[in-house]
Design a protein around this ligand. Sequence first.
Ligand code: IPM
Ligand code: MG
Length: 367
Amino acid sequence: MKKTANILVLPGDGIGQEVMRQGLRVLTKASEIFQFDLSIEEDLIHGSAWKKFGTFCRDETVEIAKNSDGVLVGAVGQAGNENLPHSSDPEENDGLMRLRKELDVFAGLRPAIVNDALLDELPYRREVSNGVDIMVLREMCGGVMFAKPRGIEVLSTTEKRGYDTAAYTTFEIKRLAKVGFLLAGRRKKRVVSVDKSNVMESGFLWREVVQSVGDEFPDIELEHMYADNCSYQLAVNPSQFDVIISNNLFGDIISDQAGSLAGSLGMLPSASLPCLPNIGETCTAGIYEPVHGTAPDISGKNIANPVGMILSIALFIEYGLGGVEESAIVAKAVESTIANGIRTKDIGGQASSETITDAIISEISCV
Ligand code: IPM
Ligand code: MG
């Protein structure tokens, strides 16, 4: 495991600030126990960066990010009622999108695991959610969220036309699919690839390329599934899934849906990586962030669930520092805390963000 963690911290907007505060407390404790040094730079992104610098993501921020072992992000988006500017360029329009593109973190790992202790708190019946352990692998740097042309054209005084392009190259699909099969090899050896190949050309190519990569992994079972059916299957029979490979847009939606299986979007972490390191090895400049948004309605109240952020830090310890066992200890501390009944409001408890973090820290300290 690396002995120094060079980190860029971007708390972002809304509850991003408060979940990051709690996440950093856990990271500090982890650094003491697992004996690594922390070298932290903090910066602004998106709404807060706009207010101070008039841009959503500065060049300096990108430079620091590129030289880091990992970037921790709280949440990015609308933090209140402010009117942020709009551009047709996604990288101009959203600080996080620029960072993802600049760091080329195409592989978005979004695990959704159902905690046994929450089985009676979940939106689904216990027999539906029981045993769910899904890795959504979302493509992060291409597809309809980035491809050009895109824009809004004026057709007449009363009519406009907004358009986007859904496009993927062989290269983009191949590199993602490869990560998916490698991940499945470390898990239950089952891949479901999601597309709309019945109605989309980019989806047709997606299926063809994923299949060709799958042919190189004969020990991994591959199933192709239409995105709408995948959404349905996630609700009725989620434990059939192991790794789900999907494009940027479907993966955005599916990972939120997977959050509902885990009880709350506040539970879900993510790691967006430029490659998948071998087990125990590292990749630099990944982005680690909870899947949830800025939740302006609860921001500043110390009630946001910090678990997604804390588990994202666990993913950083695994992939950014190479601490596989150390990462598992943090994840286990989260699991035990929830099993002990210490929960935030979104998962049926009364604990504040700070109280649940205190409990997680003391669980880590027991190691
Ligand atoms: C996510 C978010 C982002 C996305 C937004 C904030 C741009 O929803 O990380 O899932 O759409 O990718
Ligand atoms: Mg999303």
